[in-house]
Ligand binder design. Structure first.
Ligand code: P6P
Length: 325
């Protein structure tokens, strides 16, 4: 049986979601187009002299990979030219970008994204991905955007998703009622529904953490790690959050990035890493909290690049971690 495409799915469900506007559906479609173009370049990066660092450092101190810059520029261009996005906030940009200031754009939505999460893995051909979240703007459509349009709690997201460039390329997103996965079919150039209504197993067999920092984790986290070791629990850690969380969604388990000496509040950014992935995992039946046991989606966001610790995954696995906190 023919699989339905992303466009067909969006149109078929446009009447079901609370954001039924065609504008919102158009935004999802444009994110799909930008992802296909990023995918084309990611898949032949070694042939394009587009690997490696471009010599700059981003707003959170990470070396910017050439492909980061490419993916970032592309996401900004496609979302701006869509005419249905009021502005964006990206990991790669210090401040947000207001598309309305010099054009007729009067969109109700803004998009936050990490254009290529895990990009330090690009040169060694390990999975990377784009993470995005969509909010309704708070400011009036006749007014310029402000930082408040972006610094919204995760539970205000109207949609969240990611595109994972791995052995296959998958787009996984939710609009708040279910999580659906689409696999990219290069033969027809379309994302096709391959994983409808994804649910995270209540418990998995992997925990995922950069154990190399264990001498800087809290005693509670180390007590949990010792318990994992005593049960010979398997560890899987890719160093690309989008890939580690996707495996956790699909197979169950828990991903942890606790506070460390270099990142006491945690390293991962709330706006465009923790919140979108937390919405996905919660919609799939999982839990996502910080090391203080606060729900990630409830955290106040005061800065675009604000960081948090995160413990995200299967209900039973996260509850086990909570028992050590
Ligand atoms: P560490 C990638 O740079 C990233 O932002 C996430 O994708 C990933 O989970 C994390 O950092 C890896 O950090 O400190 O383990 O190298």
């Amino acid at each position: 049986m023919r699989r339905i495409t992303l466009d067909e799915f969006i149109i078929a469900n446009q009447n079901l979601t609370k954001n039924a506007s065609g504008e919102f559906s158009g935004l999802l479609r444009h994110l799909g187009i930008a992802s296909k173009i990023i995918n084309r370049v990611v898949n032949k990066a070694g042939l394009l002299d587009i690997l490696g660092v471009d010599g700059s450092v981003n707003s959170t101190g990470d070396d910017v990979q050439k492909l980061d810059t490419y993916a970032n520029d592309l996401m900004i261009e496609y979302l701006k030219n869509s005419g249905i996005c009021a502005g964006v906030a990206s990991e790669e940009n210090e401040t947000f970008i207001d598309f309305t200031s010099n054009s007729k754009i009067r969109s109700s939505y803004v998009v936050v994204f990490d254009p290529l999460d895990g990009s330090s893995n690009i040169d060694v051909n390990i999975s990377v991905g784009t993470i995005f979240g969509i909010y309704k703007r708070l400011s009036h459509e006749d007014r310029p955007l402000s930082q408040n349009d972006f610094c919204q709690r995760g539970n205000e997201l109207v949609a969240a998703g990611y595109v994972l460039h791995g052995t296959s390329t998958m787009l996984v997103f939710t609009t708040g009622d279910s999580v659906n996965g689409f696999t990219y079919d290069r033969g027809i150039g379309e994302f096709c529904l391959s994983h409808p209504n994804m649910k995270i197993p209540p418990k998995g067999k992997y925990y995922s953490i950069n154990q190399g920092y264990s001498n800087t984790f809290s005693p509670n986290i180390n007590a949990y790690l010792n318990a994992c070791a005593s049960k010979n629990t398997a560890l899987r850690y890719i160093g690309s959050m989008v890939a580690d969380v996707h495996r956790t969604l699909y197979m169950g388990g828990v991903f942890l990035y606790p506070g460390t000496h270099s990142h006491p509040e945690g390293k991962l950014r709330i706006l465009y890493e923790c919140n979108p992935l937390s919405m996905i995992i919660e919609q799939a039946g999982g839990i996502s909290i910080n090391e203080k046991k606060q729900r990630i989606l409830d955290l106040d966001v005061n800065q675009l690049h604000q960081k948090s610790s995160i413990i995200i995954g299967s209900k039973e696995d996260v509850e086990e971690v909570i028992s050590f906190l």
